[in-house]
Each structure stands twice: as C-alpha cells, then as structure tokens.
Design a protein around this ligand. Structure first.
Ligand code: ADP
Ligand code: MG
Length: 455
C-alpha cells in the first residue's frame, strides 16, 4: 500500500470511530476502497454518485482534511469525485459543493450548523451520537427527541445539523425549523388572515419538525394547544419531532401538563458545559476554520488555555472571546501572545462575572493554574508524556485536586486522559512523600494552593 492509500485507510479508521456504525458503513459502501490518484497535493477518491459526493463535501470533507493534515506532514486536500464526473476529471481541481438544489429558505435552516463542524467532547458526546442516529433514520429511532441544556451550548446547532443532514440525504424531505416564538407569531398571523387551515397544513404536512426553545411557549396557551395537536399528528404518523429547551421537561414553567408529559415520554438528552480540554479543542477548530491556516500554528497554546479558562459556560462567548482577542492583536499590530490576549480581553472580563461554581470547572481551574505554573500546556498535562516537567506538573495537579476537592481517584483519572485510578493514587502518594522532605516542592504547592483558592 502506498503512503496515500495508507493515509486514506487511517482516515477511515478515524471516521469509524466517530460516526455511528450504520452511517459509517452506508457511507463506505459508496466510496472506493483505494484512492484514484495523487496529484498536486490532492488525493482523489472515487465515489459512486453525485449524491454521495455532495454529502461527503457537506458533512465530512473538512473533518477528513483535518485528520489528513494531522496525520501527514505535507498539506493535503482530499477530493471526492463521482463516477459520472470522471470524464471531466482533468479539469476539476476541487469538488464543488452541490447544495444549490436545496431549498434552504423554506426550512429556515442555516447551512453553518452541521455535524461536521460540531466539536464533540464528553459534555455532548451522547447528544451528538443520538442526533446522528435520528438524522440517519428520522421518525424511526428516538422520536420525539428532546434536547436540553444551558444557553450557548450547541442545542440549536445540533438540531439544525439534524435538519441539514436529512436535507443532504433526501431533498424531498419536508423540514420546518422554527423557534417557539416564531411558531406563536405564525399562529397569530394565520388567525389574523383568517386562515387557520393554512397553519395546520403548514405544520402537519412536514416530515421533520424542529422546534427550538420550546420554553418560549410558556403562557401562550392557544399556541400550546395547537402545538399539542400538531405534535400528536406528527408522532402518530412517524414524522420526526425534535425539541430543544433550556431545561428538562419536568422543569418547564407554565406549559400545560399534557404537553410536558408528552415530552417526558421522549428521549431526553442533556448537553452540558464542555470541560477545559473540550473548550480548547473548540477554539483550535475555530482557528482552523476561520483564520489563515499559515498563521494558525503561531497562536501559542497558552493563549487558548487562557480563553478557555475564563469563558467556561457558553460556547458562543468562548468563540466570541477568541475573535475579540485576535482582532485586538490585528488592529493594534500586536504579536499574538498571552500578554496581548490578556490586554485584549481585559475589558470583556471585567464586565463578565466569572463562572466557577461548577465543581468540574474548579477542576479545570486547577489544571490550568498548574499548567501555567510549570509552563506546560493543558494538552501536555493530560497527555501520556513522561517528560520530567510534564509528569511532575501532572502529579501535582492530581494531588491538589484530591486534597482540595476530595474527588474520587477514579474521577480524577478520567479528567487526566482516562487514566487508571491506581495511577492517580500513586501520584498522590508520591507527592505526599516528596512534601515531607522537599522544601522547593512545599513552596510550589503552597503558592499553587493560594492561586487556586484565592486565599
Ligand atoms: P444554544 O442553542 O444551546 O443556545 P447554539 O447552538 O446557538 O447554542 O450555539 C452557540 C454557538 O456556539 C453557535 O455558534 C454554535 O455553532 C457554537 N457551538 C456550540 N457548541 C459547539 C460545539 N460543540 N462545537 C462547535 N461549535 C459549537
Ligand atoms: Mg438556541
């Protein structure tokens, strides 16, 4: 196998890891096992038809290229090309994205929200998997699906990704994405125009209904009634319903019982706050997609750690902070480094009350303070590296988390790259022993505790 086929093979293994089994196998049935050729930094792979080609381009291409560039030294782009285009092959440098046919206007979907650019971590892994399954077989598995979680954690993104995926697989599927307040307005509009039938026809004729922020139906009783009827009709006809909300069904306020009890029968999934490593990963992905790839490697990881440490509970704010800091450097012609980032974000941070109430985030805080102290990056801290400085920082961080928060060894192991609890136990023991005679370490630990607790 030559090196490009080897690369393609490795990429497939990665995809098998991140996609659900059906999606993966269905996709691979339509893609050639071996690459077609390599030319001008492009790896060409043949796919069965234009539909698969556009599906890959829309959903997986950027992920595939990201993996390729992680695995391979030279910059490489993959091009998937359908059999029927092979004749024009010579003149097609990159595959076009064929989404023209899709009538996005009627669905109100935004093309930016795809599975491909949703960064998966512990906090949303389950939600992501379920959403992929639902998108793969709408109306068949997990119907209805109810996704809840705090502001800015990706509910709308995931819900729209389901819609975008379905449209890309079947242009004939009728999808409506609506925020619950638009639903209310829509209802009023049809009543005003004396055309309630138009309203029913619109919502009851869909194959997939994506209803965002259902808590906004609160107190709008008539709209709730209408939604109830639509919900029942769709469900009975095996049409997929996806709902998002800012809380679990049982905590919805001023929404009629018969609706909330229907929601309670749904598959209910929760998106949680991403942990530190996940937040850093989101920032890295953001850099890759929105900034000049030549310059991205120059953003030091302590800059990303700094943002991830200060913007904890909302991915929108997290991404916004990165944009602010990068713009600040550009406008003021400052080097991209920690000190510029601190300056650039100081105002934003002054006005923003830092959220560190969740214990998980306190653990993150310990990791980032220790990482900064020993001048290692968060990813090194969590990595398997045995370099003295990194291993020491890691053991100290484990020790501090254990001492300050009394977290079970197993849990500590999980947040340090899924290490075994026995590894954590021996790290804590080790530091304990050192502290009995190593004055330097005593000083380090004392000063770290001050930084962490603020006392
Ligand atoms: P919510 O609906 O939960 O309030 P959104 O779906 O609107 O949150 O997400 C807010 C912003 O953060 C969007 O720009 C979205 O693309 C982005 N975002 C949220 N979670 C992720 C994630 N896991 N990966 C990438 N972007 C994300
Ligand atoms: Mg939303």
């Amino acid at each position: 196998m030559d090196k490009y086929n080897q690369l393609w093979h490795k990429i497939k293994l990665h995809l098998a890891d991140i996609l659900n089994d059906n999606t993966y196998h269905e996709l691979m049935q339509n893609i050639d096992t071996d690459i077609l050729k390599f030319e001008n930094n492009h790896v060409y792979v043949k796919v069965k038809n234009a539909f698969t080609e556009s599906k890959i381009n829309m959903l997986y291409l950027s992920k595939i290229n990201t993996i390729a560039n992680e695995l391979f030294e030279d910059k490489i782009d993959f091009v998937f090309i359908s059999e029927d285009k092979l004749n024009d092959f010579e003149i097609i440098p990159t595959a076009p994205i064929d989404t023209q046919k899709t009538d996005y206007l009627t669905t109100s979907l935004s093309r930016n929200f795809t599975f491909d650019n949703f960064v998966v971590g512990k906090s949303n892994n389950y939600a992501f998997k379920v959403a992929m399954k639902v998108a793969d077989q709408p109306g068949v598995v997990h119907n209805p699906l109810y996704i809840f979680g705090g502001v800015g954690l990706g509910k709308t993104h995931l819900m729209q990704a389901i819609g975008n995926y379905i449209i890309s697989s079947d242009l004939n599927k009728k999808i409506i994405y609506a925020k619950a307040d638009n639903f209310i307005e829509d209802y009023k509009y049809f009543l005003d125009t004396k055309n309630p039938l138009g309203f029913y026809n619109k919502y009851r004729s869909v194959d997939i209904l994506l209803m965002d922020d259902i808590q906004m139906l609160s107190r709008a009783e008539k709209s709730q009634n209408e939604f109830f009827k639509i919900f029942d009709t769709l469900k009975n006809n095996n049409k997929q319903i996806v709902i998002t909300a800012d809380c679990a069904p049982k905590n919805l306020k001023d929404i009629m019982e018969r609706l909330t009890s229907r929601f309670q029968e749904s598959l209910i999934i929760n998106i949680e706050v991403p942990d530190l490593q996940h937040r850093v990963e989101i920032l890295r992905r953001e850099l890759k997609t929105n900034y000049d790839p030549e310059k991205v490697p120059d953003v030091p990881s302590n800059c990303l750690d700094y943002i991830a440490d200060n913007f904890v509970t909302n991915v929108r704010e997290l991404k916004g902070a990165l944009t602010s800091a990068m713009t600040f450097c550009e406008v003021n012609k400052l080097p991209v480094n920690l000190s510029s980032f601190k300056k650039g974000l100081s105002l934003l941070l002054q006005t923003k009350k830092r959220t560190s109430t969740l214990s998980e985030n306190n653990l993150d805080k310990v990791q980032s303070i220790v990482a900064e102290y020993y001048e290692v990056s968060i990813s090194e801290l969590i990595s398997k590296s045995k370099k003295y400085k990194i291993a020491l920082a890691r053991q100290i961080a484990m020790y501090l988390i254990r001492q300050l928060y009394n977290i079970p060894f197993k849990k500590i192991g999980e947040i340090f790259g899924n290490r075994d609890h026995s590894t954590v136990m021996s790290a804590v023991d080790n530091i304990d022993r050192e502290l009995k005679h190593n004055q330097l370490m005593v000083q380090a630990v004392t000063s770290l505790i001050k930084k962490i607790t603020g006392k």
